[in-house]
Design a protein. Sequence first.
Length: 168
Amino acid sequence: MPTSATGHSTNRRAAAGFTLLELVVVLAIVGVLVTVAGIAVPDRARSRLEHAASRLAATLEDCRRGAVLSGAPGGVRLSRDGYELLTYRGEWLASSAAHARRRLAPELVIVDAEAGRAQDEDRPGVVCLPSGETHHPDIRIAFRERAGYVELSSDENGDIRTRWVGPT
């Protein structure tokens, strides 16, 4: 190994470590990679919430179609921890259809002031009439401990729409 006139190694810089500029460049590259990875990976919590809302929307559509086809009112009983498809035969009864009882996951909740009241009175929170008309309160599905929710509403044709509300 060559040495200088003072007796010190000329490769002293290699043993000294990284320079501040090198560290800043590496941190900038890591920051860019983390940002790209964050954009590329979908928010699984939000997609689970949207999936649960689309299942409830499908149940509401089943209620509407069933009422039109049978000529008898139908309903969906809402509670904070789930929902249930009902038929009216002199009184509100749980539907016998295999897909009628779809519960939400334990960490999900239906957020709606009127849903609890409808559950207590043993009446559906959503009523579907044979005319195709659907009466329902504002329905929101949310996580118990996270921000954001999915809102379900009807358009002018009575079709159920879902909309994400919350942080992106």
